[in-house]
Design a protein around this ligand. Structure first.
Ligand code: ADP
Length: 220
């Protein structure tokens, strides 16, 4: 983060004698409190200063998040998600394989007629079914899918960092992106609005590395 000359001065003061109130900092710099407020807000939001109510500002050193971490926290899943490759729970395992090829995906999101999330089927689920001599044409994917409530999901307003952490932690390739609602039976359900995958994270990583966001201002 590039600091202005005044922000550097504020940091120097607070580094020397934490905690300092806004008034104390302002009087040392011969400025009024209102002039200083935007700088203090920026430094606090960046994590360089910590503001404790009724005590004052503390210097946080380099403890604040790095610029790249800050960016990842600001980016939202909804801005990077892909269209959901979703199939109905009644289709056969054979048709699921065809759908994986036609949609060029390795995992399928399984939904019912109301687009309510029911489960996930991955390549390995299908390989396992093939080894077991199952009737691939007659057997519906609902038999082999990982089903709700065991599905790990993401929301559109969730940070990309949090979603990527879920992919790593649970060793999965795809998170269905969902909107929660209460169905007619009064139960919480999840409508599928997209998918967020390891490929989305990799593409984002490449774009960040190349400083090549098409409309950067939207996110930063
Ligand atoms: P694969 O191992 O086939 O390359 P994954 O790693 O995504 O694909 O899937 C591993 C297992 O986790 C499979 O059994 C799959 O059904 C299940 N799975 C996939 N995505 C999810 C998810 N979002 N939540 C819970 N389970 C999932």
């Amino acid at each position: 983060m590039q600091l202005s000359e005044r922000q550097e001065k504020i940091l120097e003061l607070v580094k020397k004698s934490s905690p300092m109130t806004g008034e104390q900092i302002a009087s040392q710099l011969n400025l009024n409190r209102a002039t200083l407020r935007p700088d203090l807000t920026i430094l606090t939001m960046a994590g360089v200063l910590e503001a404790r109510p009724r005590v004052g500002y503390f210097y946080n050193g380099n403890a604040g998040p790095s610029p790249i971490a800050q960016r990842f926290r600001q980016l939202r899943v909804g801005d990077f998600k892909s269209i959901a490759a979703a199939v109905k729970e009644s289709i056969s395992i054979y048709d699921a394989v065809v759908s994986m090829f036609t949609n060029n995906v390795g995992s399928l999101i399984v939904i019912n007629d109301e687009r309510e999330l029911k489960g996930m089927v991955s390549r390995k689920d299908i390989l396992k079914a093939s080894l077991g001599n199952m009737d691939l044409h007659g057997m519906p994917i609902s038999v082999i899918m990982t089903r709700m409530p065991n599905i790990i999901m993401a929301a559109s307003d969730e940070s990309v960092l949090e979603a990527a952490r879920k992919l790593v932690q649970h060793q999965i390739d795809t998170l269905p992106v969902v909107e929660s609602y209460i169905n007619e039976g009064g139960r919480e359900s999840f409508e599928v609005v997209g998918r967020f995958t390891k490929t989305n994270v990799t593409s984002l990583f490449v774009e960040l590395g190349q400083d090549k966001f098409p409309n950067t201002a939207k996110w930063f």
